[in-house]
Design a protein. Structure first.
Length: 381
């Protein structure tokens, strides 16, 4: 009853009502709290989705199918959604790439790969069940296909980086099946290959798809290779020429672990075609600074100052937590910006861009910045 009632209400009407009540002193969060008594999916300022199905993809990954409320505005294939999860009384935020389910913009699925040290990924895999409510943001991100579909597309994925690529594949198959599409997918083994059966079925039923699966360095092409037709493979010019001979002129979308992303970035840079490559990282590259170089970090928030020492081979967030501080943060991936600080003095390395940033008041994110000197920071959240 509550869900059918929630979907019948226009979010614009609820937003107008919230604005009217705000003039009477009712805060937006209090308004959401009241709506959630009817249905958590009704909220308009802090969105929620209900888990309606859960199934295992691999021994280390589960897919959650979620139903969002009427306030959710939909998504484009390849975008991410930030999820808020409370564990042990602490709220954490992580980004996951959704896929549309049943051709409904308010129903989508995320596939979560369990990480050995991943607090949220373990929680979603082990402790999230059908009927649970998860806090979500609107979908965002620029890792999306162009509006006018090109005649050819190359997708390169590693591990759980297949999730946004799978959303793109399903979209192309349904809306642009004549687009020549190539997928190169690296995984540790077929058992750990997310969507293995679905990708096999898609390759068999879609003539325009060329699918190269690379498991533990051994690859098969179009899932129809003979048993002896395998050899060691890494992402290099030779492999690209074999999988997508026209890759130099093809829009390419790559998502996966840092080594794969770094290899792709270097290949496209060496070829002078960096604008053709679109990257989406699930985790920032690891700092490569000197582990013996200790830098003093001073951070000011709400007129309170905290100090800690940070080695050159750690992010500022990790170093601060190791020192016992509770630093405001969210996704730990450089996406949500909740750990953004103003760099007042000193220098840091932005791990996403590789650029050195010097202290002239520029914003930096603690989770994707490593120290290059002593630092003075001001929290912006």
């Amino acid at each position: 009853m509550a869900d059918s009632f929630s979907t019948a209400l226009a979010p614009s009407a609820l937003s107008r009502l919230s604005g009217w009540l705000a003039h009477l002193g009712v805060s937006p969060l209090a308004f959401d709290d009241t709506l959630s008594l009817i249905s958590p999916l009704l909220t308009v300022h802090r969105l929620h989705a209900r888990v309606v199905a859960k199934h295992r993809e691999t021994p280390g990954a589960n897919t959650l199918v979620l139903q969002a409320g009427p306030g959710f505005k939909g998504l484009q294939p390849g975008q991410f959604i930030l999820f808020g999860v409370t564990i042990g009384g602490v709220r954490h935020r992580r980004a996951y790439s959704p896929r549309i389910v049943d051709n409904r913009q308010d129903r989508f699925a995320i596939t979560v790969q369990r990480q050995p040290d991943g607090l949220v990924s373990r929680h979603l895999n082990e402790h999230t069940h059908i009927g649970d409510i998860l806090e979500i943001d609107q979908a965002s991100g620029a890792f999306t296909l162009p509006t006018a579909k090109p005649p050819e597309v190359l997708l390169v994925a590693g591990g759980s980086g297949i999730t946004p690529c799978m959303a793109m594949l399903e979209h192309l198959f349904q809306s642009a099946p004549h687009t020549k599409t190539t997928l190169i997918y690296f995984a540790r083994s077929r058992q750990n290959r997310i969507f293995a059966a679905a990708l096999d079925d898609l390759a068999r039923g879609w003539p325009q798809l060329r699918y190269m699966a690379i498991d533990s360095g051994v690859h098969t092409v179009n899932t129809a290779a003979k048993p002896g037709d395998t050899h060691q493979a890494v992402l290099n010019v030779s492999l690209l020429n074999q999988a997508a001979p026209d890759w130099l002129h093809t829009p390419t979308f790559c998502c996966g672990p840092a080594p794969l992303m770094d290899a792709a970035r270097q290949l496209w840079c060496d070829a002078g075609i960096s604008p053709q490559l679109h990257l989406e990282a699930f985790a920032p590259p690891k700092p490569s600074g000197d582990s013996h170089a200790m830098h003093t970090v001073q951070i000011e928030r709400s007129q309170q100052r905290q100090r800690f020492d940070a080695p050159g081979d750690q992010t500022l967030l990790v170093a601060g937590e190791a020192a016992g501080l509770t630093l405001k943060h969210g996704c730990r991936q450089g996406i949500c910006h909740e750990c953004t600080c103003r760099l007042l003095s000193g220098s840091v390395r932005d791990l996403n861009s590789g650029i050195r940033i010097d202290g002239e008041g520029q914003p930096i994110r603690l989770c994707v910045s490593s120290p290059m000197s002593d630092l003075a920071l001001e929290s912006l959240n």
